[in-house]
Design a protein around this ligand. Structure first.
Ligand SMILES: [Zn+2]
Length: 291
């Protein structure tokens, strides 16, 4: 069968399906593309043809039966940046003009969510920083996968204390222990240091906390410029709308690994980043550590 007669058969087949009680539409409703059911002249499965190019024998256009293809994105690139020195004092956004975005994910109360993030990173080559609260079992539960991704440079581990106390309301020695305990966990489990990046629980910090932290090697408090608002339990819609709002060039955005609802928003996050041509980065992708 040559190409032209194949197309004629195809068109009349669809016309018959449409006329004959709507069988074609029923198939389409069930998610089966009727065009794909017809054999291709070379024996392979027919490639869905844009239906706008097909007409019925009487010249009417064949209605669109094929749902729009889902956008398929490639993997995120590995950034090759001229890294800058970590500035002194706290940071809440990335330096200069560019297309970078640093997602920083805190706590870790949900092992399933940590795993979800790791799978997302593995699937898309995403890059991000975890600020871990070391008391949570979820870090241990996912340690192998985390280590692999840390070794690959896709995930960076930083310090979010041992038990998430408000550091502005505890003794100086407790501030030091909260940071040194988490640092010990990072060292023992990843063989690296979290220095100099820490995130004070709740974002609460004062000069005294900053001074004690710096003595512990944690001289860079990392705050944020935009949040998924998901420290507690929230809706998909809320996370998606905050992701749309805050995933912007040079922002440091905060999320949480506390409830798995965010793992159902990864497709949205992925498409926002691709549409906006944003490059996800870890802090190490951007800054040279002074250690
Ligand atoms: Zn936290």
């Amino acid at each position: 069968m040559d190409r032209r007669s194949f197309l004629a058969t195809l068109v009349s087949g669809i016309a018959l399906a449409a006329v004959g009680g709507g069988a074609g539409y029923a198939l389409a409703r069930n998610g089966v593309d009727p065009l794909a059911l017809l054999p291709h002249p070379d024996g392979t499965t027919a490639t869905p043809t844009p239906t706008s190019t097909l007409v019925y024998p009487d010249g009417r256009p064949v209605p669109t039966l094929i749902p729009q293809a889902q956008e398929v994105y490639g993997q995120f690139a590995v950034p090759r940046l001229a890294r800058v020195r970590v500035p002194s004092g706290e940071i809440s956004s990335l330096p200069g003009q560019g297309n970078l975005v640093a997602l920083t994910v805190d706590d870790g109360a949900s092992s399933e969510t940590i795993k979800g993030y790791c799978d997302f990173v593995e699937r898309t080559n995403f890059r991000m920083t975890f600020f871990i609260t070391s008391q949570y079992d979820g870090w241990d539960a996912n340690i192998k996968q985390l280590r692999r991704l840390v070794d690959r440079g896709n995930i960076q581990i930083a310090n979010h204390t041992t038990t998430h106390k408000d550091l502005t309301r505890v003794s100086d020695s407790t501030v030091a222990q909260q940071l040194s305990g988490c640092e010990r966990y990072i060292k023992n489990n990843f063989g690296i240091t979290g220095h100099p990046y820490f995130r004070p629980p709740f974002g609460f910090i004062n000069d005294n906390v900053a001074r004690i932290a710096a003595n512990e090697g944690y001289s860079t408090p990392v705050l944020w410029y935009g949040s998924f608002g998901d420290a507690g339990r929230v809706s998909y819609a809320s996370i998606r709308s905050l992701a749309k709002r805050w995933l912007q060039a040079q922002h440091i955005v905060i999320g949480h690994a506390n409830f798995p609802v965010v793992t159902h928003c990864f497709d949205t996050i992925e498409s926002i980043l691709h549409e906006r041509k944003l490059q996800p980065v870890t802090l190490d992708d951007v800054y040279k550590r002074n250690i």
